[in-house]
Design a protein around this ligand. Structure first.
Ligand code: GLA
Length: 385
């Protein structure tokens, strides 16, 4: 629906000829705040996506129009300096164009219309979909291939310019995702493998707490990263070849306990344990051990809540209510934190009933209407025929 709306709008107001690019959001089965610590993550690209219609316009302007939130149009001059924009997406595109210019990518004028159905600020990586999709669309329209790894790095660079010191999990999920699979990514060397996540008789369900976050503005995200880096630096004074928490063992951490603040110690400990949970999760998924998969999800959630302190009372409430239901085997908050969705593993034949109970109890406790999405894993960024 959104795809055809974008296409017909482009046809009506811009030109008959254009390409449409689909850029998906992502979920994360487990591995939160491990990416910038060069650890392990297990995300997947989803069917919810942002669609871009693009075509060259033989001018020195880049016209971009969107219906993503409210209708809006921004024109960028190819060689120009740009102020900041009110719209969040304008600032991402501005950052991307600056990076491309710094790297001497030959830009040309083009028209772009985009929109999509990824809820913004809900832990489904709308910003990675936006940035990776835009860079990919640009490469298509300019007929200049930009390798996917390079797209990921440019998109990450844009996030850093905006103020979020994120890792590469989201960009890799959006660019390298594959239908039906999660992406087991080693953030140290960026190697990856696909892991099927279907468990017979069980469904993955997303519940949006409808508490929206803005990670770049709420710099709590960056504070977590700073804590982790402080601890890694402290360990590196005692042990060779330590540049991140990836090289830090539980014993190494214990050895610097008196040299680091308690808060930083607790946060680093969370990351080391979370890497272990990713490995454990892959083993359990391979064996089809759904009950234990659920247990690991829960462990991850409560560690994020009590130790890493990135959940909210609403997200904790969703998880707690879920666990009162027999058919719900596990539940955890997903993404950077401070709002967004939980991912839940539920008996397929009890999904509707379970979800109804969760939504109504959640409404009673918080006054908020949560939303439910069945998880559908689609392919990474691609051109639509
Ligand atoms: C955000 C960031 C990612 C990652 C997650 C937490 O989505 O963009 O790089 O750190 O949070 O796992």
């Amino acid at each position: 629906m959104i795809k055809s709306q974008i296409a017909s709008y482009f046809r009506k107001y811009y030109s008959e000829s254009f390409k449409v690019i689909k850029s998906p959001g992502r979920v994360n089965i487990i591995g939160e705040h491990t990416d910038y610590n060069l650890g392990f993550v297990l995300p997947a690209s989803i069917e919810k996506a942002i669609y871009f219609a693009v075509n060259l316009n033989n001018s020195d302007e880049i016209n971009i129009e969107t219906f993503l939130t409210s209708p809006e149009k921004i024109t960028f001059k190819l060689e120009g300096q740009h102020n900041s924009f009110d719209s969040f997406w304008g600032n991402y595109f501005k950052a991307i164009l600056e990076i491309l210019r710094e790297r001497n990518y030959p830009l040309k004028g083009f028209d772009c219309v985009f929109g999509g159905d990824i809820p913004i600020g809900s832990g489904l990586s709308s910003s990675a979909a936006l940035c990776c999709g835009f860079i990919y669309a640009l490469s298509v329209v300019l007929e200049k291939e930009i390798p996917r790894k390079e797209i990921a790095l440019i998109a990450q660079g844009a996030e850093h310019k905006i103020g979020l010191n994120c890792g590469l999990m989201d960009q890799y999920a959006v660019l390298f995702g594959k239908k039906g699979n999660a992406l087991f990514l080693d953030c140290k060397d960026l190697s990856y493998k696909y892991v099927p996540i279907n468990l017979k008789g069980y469904s993955w369900v997303l519940i949006n707490s409808n508490i929206k976050h803005n990670l770049a503005v709420d710099s709590e995200y960056n504070k977590r990263r700073a804590s982790c880096e402080t601890v890694a630096t402290e360990v590196s004074k005692k042990k060779d070849n330590v540049s991140s928490l990836r090289e830090v063992t539980p014993q190494d951490l214990e050895d610097v306990k008196n040299q680091v603040a308690k808060l930083d110690f607790t946060r680093a400990n969370y990351v080391i344990q979370e890497n272990e949970r990713v490995l454990k999760m892959i083993e359990l998924l391979n064996k089809g051990e759904a009950e234990l998969v659920g247990k690991v999800l829960l462990e991850g959630h409560w560690a994020m809540s009590k130790e890493f302190e990135i959940t909210t009372t609403e997200l904790d409430c969703l998880v707690r209510i879920g666990m009162e239901i027999d058919a719900v085997h596990g539940s955890r908050m997903m993404g950077g934190g401070f709002g967004g969705c939980t991912i839940n593993l539920i008996n397929t034949d009890s999904v509707d009933e379970s979800v109804n109970i969760i939504l109504s109890k959640y409404r009673k406790e918080t006054g908020i209407l949560a939303e439910v999405y069945q998880l559908q894993i689609g392919d990474g960024v691609h051109i639509l025929e």
